[in-house]
Design a protein around this ligand. Structure first.
Ligand code: COA
Length: 173
């Protein structure tokens, strides 16, 4: 049995510890992190998984802007190593997708392996979206949630325009 719950503040420490364990300190250097820094995760669209022996995994989602339309960035997602390949990731992904759709979001973008996320309907969109930093184009995956947003394309932006302005400024050595 797997219990899926909306992430609450009291889950935060376990979620952060799992992300640290699975991704290491490099997780904060990822391009996607530029869209998460200073952002507020979507409270109703971020989930934790519990097995009878305790915490088993988590997925977070964030508001972003794509070409002027509100959309969702999914990630990180991680499963506790002892519970990998037991369907926990699939349950978290389905909750994340269903909640984003129910909350009226246009689509979900993530950076990950098509070999895993393709089963949930994600497709590789290497030329359609621009991220605020380097990324393997074959790992840029998108799932449209509503037909009217099918033409969505363009630059991924932070929902806070002052943070976007800072990201647009060239970095100094
Ligand atoms: C990737 C991850 C979230 C998948 O969750 P999970 O609960 O282990 O996976 P599920 O039980 O839902 O699915 C298992 C299946 O997915 C496959 N799979 C898992 N990770 C995969 C990957 N990166 N690429 C391709 N297939 C993958 C498994 O081989 C298994 O295949 P099968 O159904 O043919 O046996 C989890 O393994 C994890 O936390 N990995 C480390 C962190 C990570 O890579 N996060 C994603 C960053 S983009």
């Amino acid at each position: 049995m797997t219990e899926i719950l909306i992430e609450r503040p009291e889950h935060g420490a376990a979620v952060e510890a799992l992300f640290d364990e699975v991704f290491g300190p490099g997780r904060f250097a990822k391009t996607a992190e530029r869209l998460r820094e200073g952002n507020q995760r979507l409270q109703n669209c971020s989930f934790v998984a519990f097995k009878p022996d305790g915490f088993a995994g988590a997925v977070r989602q964030w508001p972003i802007d794509i070409g002027g339309a509100p959309a969702v960035l999914l990630g990180p997602i991680a499963i506790a190593p002892r519970w990998k390949d037991n369907g926990v990731g699939a349950k978290l992904m389905q909750s994340a997708i269903d909640s984003a759709r129910e909350n009226g979001h246009s689509g979900i973008l993530l950076v990950g392996d098509l070999a895993y996320y393709g089963r949930f309907g994600f497709a590789c969109e290497p030329h359609r979206f621009t991220l605020p930093g380097p990324v393997d184009p074959l790992r840029v995956l998108f799932l449209p949630l509503h037909a009217r947003f099918l033409p969505l394309r363009g630059a991924l932006k932070h929902p806070d325009s002052s943070i976007n302005a800072a990201m647009d400024r060239p970095l100094r050595a």
